[in-house]
Design a protein around this ligand. Structure first.
Ligand code: HEM
Length: 445
């Protein structure tokens, strides 16, 4: 991509010597994700890889069925509903602060591994905000968290089984330990989620809409059912919550928090400026509110920049469902398209010569193609834009505010970052070990 920054499409050979195409400019990305959205479908291999874990739900729907599901999810995911979740986010962000303070008291000056803590806090948040289930995975991993970890285990053996299973249903045919454990863990996760859906339905269905006061997404989805002829089936609901909890709703945010801590530790000036803004808007003891969070200019710029610099999703794929013309080029049915946000985010012809500098202030002065919403691809755009974007941004900002109010991050080792290969979202290898210094309530280190 760096070699051909002005080419709209990059054609290359993928696994098995098959031809594939990478979208490489803003106009073409807009065309693919907006006007040709439903002619570019989720490829079968994505269904085969993820289908074992999550075969149904909005992520896998196409055309009219996708539009219907998005319509039904609009209310639960509207900014109005997400704002009501602030107490969930803040409860867990404050629990994280407590866990970190205890760990620092115990371990003194030792470096703290933050990546697994961020995974646990975001898992706690998504299960609370999505299902109304309160877990404490930061201190004691729940059976749900343990089963979840097993499903996504990334050992060489589990990777081989996972890859083979895409082509042959090897899970059931070859009863080796890795397969038995995967099947059992996957079943545990699905049973727990199905049970929670049934419990919620039993407690809420039949109630007047106004009488449903639960703020979690599952309750909002059930509430929406009462609105007319369109209703969710239990499997559709299971599909949505599995997708939200297992695939979308927490590893992306956890990875972003991990890379945020690293960035702050390596840019003390940015860290201090962000903390100063937080102290200005939320002086010691002030409770958080969404209207004020939305007003914080540097926090907004910083969040945009971290998601530009380290786009959490590495690549999403589409398969051309019928012959199309994209950027003036005929693309035959069956071609695989790669949508990699980093290709646009690190293109100097869009962002200028400072593209590889981490600079939150750039967001006050963007011009040209960079102003186009499709230039910022972390959540994609168009009819399939990430439905959890507002959720993720508010959750991220609340956690960041609580962290910076309480801690200073330092990176004594200054090792260059390396990223996990084969992971779904961007994550550094070997965790994130930083020095975390507590700040007392007078703002002193
Ligand atoms: C930093 C955090 C996040 C990032 C970077 C992110 C990114 C994305 C991207 C790029 C897509 C489009 C995938 C595709 O079409 O191939 C997507 C879809 C989706 N995301 Fe997110 N996501 C994040 C957090 C969340 C959260 C917190 C939720 C739910 C609470 C969520 C729920 C979904 C769902 C349901 C879809 C499928 C939408 C559809 O196909 O219509 N995401 N996300």
């Amino acid at each position: 991509m760096r070699q051909f920054p002005n080419e709209p499409l990059i054609r290359f050979f993928d696994i098995g010597y098959t031809e594939a195409i990478m979208l490489n400019d803003v106009k073409t990305t807009r065309e693919a994700l907006q006007s040709q959205c439903y002619k570019l479908v989720k490829p079968n291999f994505v269904r085969r890889v993820l289908g074992e874990i999550n075969g149904t739900g909005v992520f896998f729907e196409e055309g009219e069925s996708h539009k219907r599901q998005r319509r039904l999810l609009t209310g639960p995911f509207s900014y109005g509903s997400i704002k009501e979740m602030l107490p969930f986010f803040d409860e867990k962000a404050q629990e994280l602060v407590g866990v970190l303070r205890t760990s620092i008291r115990r371990k003194g000056d030792e470096l703290v591994e933050l990546s697994s803590l961020f995974s646990s806090v975001t898992l706690d948040i998504i299960t609370l905000a999505c299902l109304g289930l309160r877990m404490h995975n930061m201190t004691e991993p729940s059976p749900f968290a343990l089963a979840y970890a097993k499903v996504f285990e990334n050992t060489p053996w589990s990777a081989i089984m996972h890859t083979l299973n895409v082509y042959i249903p090897i899970r059931k045919l070859v009863p080796v330990k890795a397969n038995r454990e995967f099947l059992q863990a996957n079943q545990t996760v699905r049973d727990l989620l199905r049970q929670q859906i049934r419990n919620k339905r039993a407690s809420l269905e039949g109630k007047e809409k106004a009488a449903i006061t639960d703020k979690d997404l599952l309750a909002l989805m059930i509430k929406e059912r009462g609105q007319g002829a369109e209703i969710w089936t239990e499997d559709e609901m299971l599909g949505h919550v599995t997708k939200l909890i297992l695939l979308s709703g927490h590893e992306t945010t956890a990875g972003t928090l991990t890379l945020t801590a690293h960035t702050l530790a390596n840019h003390r000036d940015i860290q201090d400026r962000l903390r100063k803004e937080m102290t200005h808007y939320f002086p010691s003891g002030a409770s958080l509110d969404v209207a004020t969070i939305d007003k914080m200019p540097y926090l907004k710029n910083f969040s945009q920049e971290i998601l530009r610099f380290y786009a959490p999703g590495i690549v999403n794929w589409r398969e051309v469902a019928e012959d199309i013309v994209l950027a003036g080029t005929r693309i035959p049915k069956g071609t695989i398209i790669h949508i990699a946000p980093a290709a646009l985010h690190h293109n100097a012809s869009i962002w200028g010569p400072t593209v590889d500098e981490f600079d939150p202030d750039r967001w006050d002065n963007i011009s040209g193609d960079a102003k186009d919403p499709f230039a910022f691809g972390s959540f994609h755009n168009g009819p399939r834009i990430c439905i959890g974007k507002s959720f993720a941004l508010l959750e991220y900002k609340v956690i960041l505010i609580r962290l910076l109010q309480n801690f200073v991050f330092e990176d004594p080792e200054q090792k260059p970052l390396e990223f996990e290969r084969g992971a779904v979202s961007l994550r550094p290898t070997g965790g994130m070990h930083l020095r975390v210094q507590p700040i007392d309530n007078k703002g002193q280190e």
